[in-house]
Ligand binder design. Sequence first.
Ligand code: HEC
Ligand code: HEC
Length: 393
Amino acid sequence: MKFSSRQLILAVGAGAAVLITGLGMTGHAAAQTAGKGPTYSGVANSRTPAGQYFKAVNTSTLKVLSVDDFLQAMGVMAAGLGFDCSDCHPGAGSDTVNWVIDTPKKITARKMTEMVATINKTNFGGAQMVTCWTCHHGREVPTTSITLDHLYAAPYDEKDDIVLPGKGVPTPAQTLDKYVAAVGGAAKLAGLKSFIATGGATGYEKLGGGGTFQIFAQAPDKHSVTITFKDHPERGDSTRSFDGKQGWIRTPRGLFTDYELVGTELNGARVDALLAFPGQIKTALTGMHSGFTDTIDDKSVEVVQGSAPGNELVTLYFDQKSGLLTRMVRFGNTPIGHSPTQVDYADYRDVGGIKFPFKYTFSWLDGKDAFTINDVKVNVPIDASKFGKPGGK
Ligand code: HEC
Ligand code: HEC
């Protein structure tokens, strides 16, 4: 059986999976043999540059990254070529994995990495315009010529990372005001200081089995999500937390079980925390502009893009009819391509005059978790430890 890259990455080590993402890989990692590999301990020191932390990371482009950003870059590579980790690292997903040895593909990938960095530096003023995906488009070897059957066919339908400014569309302020009104109005939202949401989570197309989750959120920017597998206590809890400054991820049974976010995922954690409170949406992002009206699931959506702290590009999609937020995509930065995370919101329900999405899915380069909320409590006190390092110091 050929494992998909999502399966493998989980199997590889929750550390990697986590970095490349969020939560939920726990279930999956448990379902697979967690290949810890011979070289890493369970707790990563994200602040050490990848070139020092790892044994054989030596491209000028990647060796300077933090460990968590380096693993994001691995996810970008794999996705760009439609690869599993094991396509470049033999045994990934098993106990025999050896991350260090150089395979022919790894050697080529090093060259390609430096090539991509050089192309962007010399042709695009350092902006990240060319990535692995640009040429590879999910293939091992890029195609060279068009298949004539496709000559007049529609082009690829990937959405642009950078949304082109739309004409004759509502301004960002108009779209955001409509959203604020739709979820309950500014006055109601100003009174929302905290909430606890609980429910059930499924990860990896249910492969990991069901878990229960708790979301804690406190305005303006504290947020955490914990998934627990009651029927499988051996899996331990997965937690992703952000205390307004620092962020952590805990995933048992991984390459790295505990991890402090220091790279691009820290910016993402902040975006998630800020956007948990709709009243903050107008100040969470800067430099906003509106794109042309788009469609998601055959419904028209208004598109607003802006930047979050740390230069994290964020695109918001609002249902044109209801005004409600239906999708958020944030783009983590790695030197070889963006690492996108997408959250889709649905089933908005009223809780004391404010609408909360009772269903949402969290998708990243290597997986997808689905959350169904069954209870939301608002303005309840939350212990500060919920937002700190999982398990304390
Ligand atoms: C296209 C090939 C390719 C794929 C796919 C790939 N890697 Fe890598 N990996 C590399 C290269 C190249 C390096 C060395 C980078 C350098 O020298 O800067 C590396 C290095 C590593 C290292 C450091 C090992 C050490 O101690 O030196 C780890 C850990 C790693 N990769 C994990 C992963 C994970 C997890 C995945 C799946 C998400 C993955 N890789 C997918 C090419 C790949
Ligand atoms: C400018 C276009 C371009 C970009 C960008 C690019 N590649 Fe490639 N890549 C190629 C071409 C063309 C080949 C085939 C070369 C050949 O067959 O000799 C290739 C081949 C490869 C191969 C070997 C595949 C095989 O089995 O023969 C790997 C691995 C690879 N690229 C990794 C990457 C990674 C990782 C990135 C991003 C860091 C990347 N490439 C970005 C054009 C590109």
